[in-house]
Design a protein around this ligand. Structure first.
Ligand code: FAD
Length: 394
């Protein structure tokens, strides 16, 4: 049996684990990330890539804790994308510099006052008709359109940018081969076949996979919840990049549209929001029919060239809340020498890393080890996941 001693083992290479790996290694910690599948291949690469600033969550007219903790995120991500932030994301691709919010009809006066309020200053701008994205420039468009200070990213390129600096420390392992050796709430090592890794702290950023880790560690005080979604995609040949939430009188967007270019030069409109949350019980045919009905009602002037439709189910994994409500912020909690975490949103990955670094500091965990790369590299490398809009239309 070969042994590696390191400071931190991170389980899971989605946005949370990769962001954390970069931050902790920058701080001098020796850290190894173990991934059971592809990097980003859980929720991250299936996300819509919107770096929320909280406006969507503030729709009920009051700025909640969710919208406060998320408010700083767009600026932090923008700095990273410019190459001047805490991490270098200058090689990642920005799909849109802004996300939009539009109302199909006229908004109630409460909502209009809210959008004009001081609380949203710097987060939302009303825009002149000639500055609207092409899709909203049609003469029959009657709604109001707001520009949110929220970027939309090509997540696979973000995952690649985060994985490349420390590729030697990111390894693929089969889930059946991971054995967590633990006693009385303390992990004494991870055995992977004939390799044992000992660390000061074991951190889970495994998305849905954290549920299994919680069971193995016999942590009963914390549970995970899944929020199921039924997402829709339409692949087409029209050049109509659209990044917008459509709102009506409710507090959730009726539909959220993001646009993702494919390798062969087509575009995919990716549809989430309330459509995805309420469509979980629908069959693929029913869900696609519902999406077509909504788009036909909201954007009747749009005809997508050579449109092909698809839908798929995916869960958001989060710490359990009462009655499946949304958690308000990124979540990290210590149990013995493990830290269990979920970012709850792609946008909150920087906030999650802050929280985990704080926990390490509070527990006086300082950099001590240098792992042996040659031994570690006996494990295969983990590859970046293919985006779902490439794989579903083959
Ligand atoms: P994941 O991306 O799920 O990564 C977990 C990784 O852990 C996976 O690669 C998995 O293979 C691996 N793993 C599992 N078990 C183990 C194990 N035992 N050992 C090692 N590795 C393991 N958020 C936003 O901010 N903006 C959005 O626009 C947005 N849109 C979304 C759209 C959809 C359809 C969904 C589902 C989510 C969306 N989110 C969005 C939420 C966001 O995607 C997630 O909060 C975020 O990606 C979670 O990242 P993660 O790294 O925790 O998990």
């Amino acid at each position: 049996m070969q042994t590696i001693n390191t400071d931190l083992v991170i389980f899971g290479g989605g946005i949370a684990g990769l962001w954390l790996l970069n931050r902790v290694r920058q701080q001098g910690y020796d850290a190894i990330l173990l991934e059971t599948n592809t990097l980003g291949g859980g929720q991250s690469v299936c996300s819509q890539g919107i770096i929320h600033g909280g406006t969507k969550y503030a729709l009920n007219g009051a700025l909640t804790q969710a919208s406060n903790s998320i408010a700083d995120m767009p600026a932090r991500w923008r700095e990273c994308l410019a190459g001047t932030g805490e991490l270098d994301l200058s090689s990642a691709r920005v799909l849109s510099d802004a996300h939009y919010m539009w109302s199909a009809g006229s908004l109630g006066s409460k909502m209009t006052t809210f959008f004009a309020s001081k609380a949203l200053k710097g987060r939302v701008d009303q825009i002149a008709p000639e500055q609207r994205p092409v899709v909203f420039q049609h003469p029959t468009f009657r709604g109001q359109l707001y520009k949110l200070n929220e970027i939309v990213l090509d997540v696979p390129s973000v995952i690649s940018a985060l994985a490349s600096p420390y590729a030697d420390y990111i390894r693929k392992v089969e889930s059946t081969k991971i054995q967590l050796d633990s006693q009385s709430g303390q992990v004494s090592g991870v055995t992977l076949g004939n390799l044992k890794i000992n660390a000061q702290r074991y951190i889970t950023t495994a998305g849905e996979g954290s549920e299994q880790l919680l069971q193995e560690l016999q942590i009963k005080k914390l549970q995970m919840q899944r929020r199921p979604l039924h997402m829709v995609m339409v692949r087409h040949r029209s050049v109509l990049p659209t990044f917008a939430h459509c709102i009506s009188s409710g507090t959730k967007p009726v539909v959220t549209i993001t646009t993702h270019p494919t390798r062969n030069g087509e575009q995919v409109w990716y549809l989430g929001g309330d459509l995805a949350e309420t469509g979980v019980q629908r069959t693929t045919e029913q869900q696609i029919a519902e999406a077509q009905k909504i788009l036909g009602k909201l954007l009747p002037w749009i005809e997508l060239k050579e449109a092909r439709w698809a839908s798929f189910h995916i869960n958001r994994a989060e710490p359990k809340q009462s009655s499946l409500t949304r958690p308000d912020a990124a979540f990290a909690q210590s149990f013995g020498n493990t830290i269990i975490s979920w970012p709850t949103k792609l946008a909150l990955a920087p906030d999650l890393s802050d929280q985990i670094l704080d926990l390490l500091q509070q527990q006086n965990i300082t950099p001590e080890y240098r792992s042996d790369i040659a031994t570690l590299n006996q494990l295969p490398e983990a590859k970046v996941a293919e985006p779902v809009w490439e794989t579903m239309f083959c």
